[in-house]
Design a protein around this ligand. Sequence first.
Ligand SMILES: *Cc1c(COP(=O)(O)O)cnc(C)c1O
Length: 332
Amino acid sequence: MAAAFGTVFMPEMAISWFDGKSWSPAEMVPSDKLTLHPGAHVLHYASTCFEGLKAFRHEDGSVAIFRMDRNVARLAQSSRLLALPAIDEKQVTDMIIQTVKRFAADVPAPPGSLYIRPTHFGTEPAIGKAAAPSLSSCLYILVSPVGDYFAGGDTALRLLLEDDGMRCAPHMGMIKSGGNYASALRPTLEAKAAFKADQILFCPGGDVQETGAANFLLIDGNEIITKALDESFLHGVTRDSILTLARDLGMTVSERQLTVTELLERAAKPGCEAALSGTAAVLAPVGTLIHKGKEHPVGSGKPGATTLKLRKALNDIQWGKAEDKHGWLTRI
Ligand SMILES: *Cc1c(COP(=O)(O)O)cnc(C)c1O
């Protein structure tokens, strides 16, 4: 059996430290250890954010990174919103390229890829700073070769609709930060145990938002409906890419509020589809919504044709099989 997603790491990573004044020149160091003071800010007050993006091997042997500018900009935004030291976007871009180049020969062929995990966190040894930022920090680029996300077959996911609890505090939604996943974990485990749900779809106050680590899209005929961008949820690069490709294909994209009531009404129609979007899976079909103890199949309850078509359209660009019209790839 293949290793679980994200459990195999390349032996080196690019790293840089901020000492309160400047970033150290990036270095390649072993990726299996890191020395931190036990009082480091991140270990107590969760001053940490990360990114997830991928590099792909093309048939001509070249390697291309997908929408790196978006992920670097989001890391800068997460760092800003967490009051971490400002990152140097040019340096982080160079560190990503340096790390991917170092392991270019090990980038798996499609449907595999090299998953890239830039990580930034506060290192100041100061446990009295519960309400003050870390003045020093560390940023590294960890990379992990990953296989086919759908190796076990394309099963449609089961989502529990949660209309009371939240994934995270609303002002933290657009930050890709560790604490948000810790916050969503216990309810997600409870949903698994009670309903065999794969994920919770958080719908605070009846407003359909997102799951623990992916955005939600409803596909009704020629229309895609998904929540409009606001502070409360993570602005996925995959979400943006899929919506762009859907517009290219002549679909209607509605970024607006979607209520649980409307979702369940539409999902009951034959031909309706739903999907989760994120870098790891691209687009994962949703087959069942569970609400107040009742199961609602989405359309046929099976992976939808439009979902698979959109996923293929995006994979084809990533894999170098379709023209990169929007300039999403950085060849290294
Ligand atoms: C990372 C993430 C997503 C998906 O973002 P992509 O840029 O598409 O990978 C969606 N929601 C949450 C909470 C996430 O952490």
